[in-house]
Design a protein around this ligand. Structure first.
Ligand SMILES: [Zn+2]
Ligand SMILES: [Zn+2]
Length: 365
């Protein structure tokens, strides 16, 4: 086995460096994972630009999937995985020894960390998925996942987990509900699949004119109606489709689009739930008519990231191999191409149409 791992290290906002980091010795209660694929999402872009959790130097990559290369006896027993198993890694981890970690409630652990965001100065440094290997701390949560699926499909567990959290679990979606997903990026499409799986009656997905390829894919994945919001008014169409009632669940996944919040409130049915997931770049929402929240008795909930239960639902869906998830993965890049991967996700590379992008450290070696 190698003695070092290549890692893409974010040393300052907008500055990525390829570094060699020594592989750590593994004890009784931790493990080393060979990274097969690491999904990247909008949060990675915000981190790269220094807008979200700007701590440096850090190896980005909070959606890592890989194979256990080495594991201690205690970790093997606790996580019920062994060398050679493929696992999906939950982003948050604790020390593994305190009372909070015993209850798997990492939030209050004094050593809490997040893969992809913990700085490399913290030993042993390999805390992110943009690397050949990831160190698994004693307080990690991992979920075994079928090894015979393509890594770029299995690596969608985090995006799909967000779909279950945002479209189903958070709004307490029930079979027969009409669901509107604002935005058709990887998390919008994931929300569509989760709503479909949970028995939504009709799922409506919106996008911009330049998103036409994503809206087409949304239809193939089971959307009943898709709306180009630059050509048509989404509120009018949702009202038409639902015979004037509006939708019971609306999930706003759109980044930097404050008007989507206004539309969500307007298209919600009486007693409906609006889930806000897309950050608006610290901008306010002009034109929000809050009386509608009162008169329609709406519930408005904010969500950030994914809980473990939703992640498990995502893994179950991936293992069922029921949807063409490989179609959602549009690009893969080596660790050494991390900057280009982020630029591609940001839409800065002319001609490239991205949905889900993964870093795949071993594909060309
Ligand atoms: Zn993410
Ligand atoms: Zn702890």
């Amino acid at each position: 086995m190698a003695e070092t791992a290549r890692a893409a290290v974010l040393v300052a906002p907008g500055r990525m460096e390829l570094q060699e980091i020594p592989l750590p010795p593994i004890g009784r209660d931790d493990a080393l994972m060979r990274v097969e694929a690491c999904g990247i999402c909008g949060t990675d872009l915000e981190q790269y630009n220094g807008e979200y959790r700007p701590r440096f130097p850090a190896i980005p990559g909070h959606e890592p999937l890989g194979v256990i290369e080495e594991i201690g006896a205690d970790a093997r027993r606790r996580w019920r995985v062994d060398v050679g198993d493929r696992v999906a890694v939950y982003p948050r981890f604790g020390c593994g020894h305190c009372e909070h970690c015993a209850r798997e409630d990492f939030r209050y652990c004094s050593q809490v960390g997040i893969y992809g965001f913990s700085v490399t100065d913290r030993s042993p440094g390999l805390w992110g998925g943009y690397a050949d290997y990831l160190y698994l701390s004693p307080g990690s949560k991992v979920r075994k996942i079928r090894r015979d699926l393509p890594a770029v499909v299995a690596a969608q567990f985090n995006a799909l987990g967000a779909g279950f959290s945002w479209a189903v679990n958070t709004p307490e979606m029930r079979p027969g509900d009409d669901v509107v997903i604002l935005g058709c990026g990887q998390r919008g499409l994931a929300s569509l699949l989760a709503a479909r799986e949970a028995g939504a009656r009709r799922v409506i997905v919106t996008g911009l004119a330049r998103d036409s390829f994503k809206l087409k894919l949304a239809t193939e994945l089971g959307a009943d109606v898709t709306i180009d919001v630059e050509a048509d008014d989404p509120v009018t169409i949702v009202k038409d489709v639902t015979q004037g009632v509006g939708a019971r669940v609306i999930v706003d996944t759109t980044p930097r689009a404050p008007e989507a919040v206004v539309q969500a409130v307007e298209m919600a049915a009486q007693g409906g739930t609006v889930v806000l997931a897309g950050l608006k770049g610290r901008r306010e929402v002009p034109g929000l008519f809050s009386d509608l929240v009162v008169t329609k008795e709406l519930t408005v909930k904010g969500v950030l990231g994914v809980d473990y239960t939703s992640l498990e639902q995502a893994v179950t869906l991936i293992e069922a191999d029921k949807y063409p998830l490989s179609r959602i993965n549009t690009h893969s890049f080596d660790v050494s191409e991390a900057t280009r991967a982020l630029q591609t996700l940001a839409g800065e590379i002319p001609g490239e149409k991205a949905i889900h992008i993964a870093i795949v450290p071993w594909a060309r070696r």
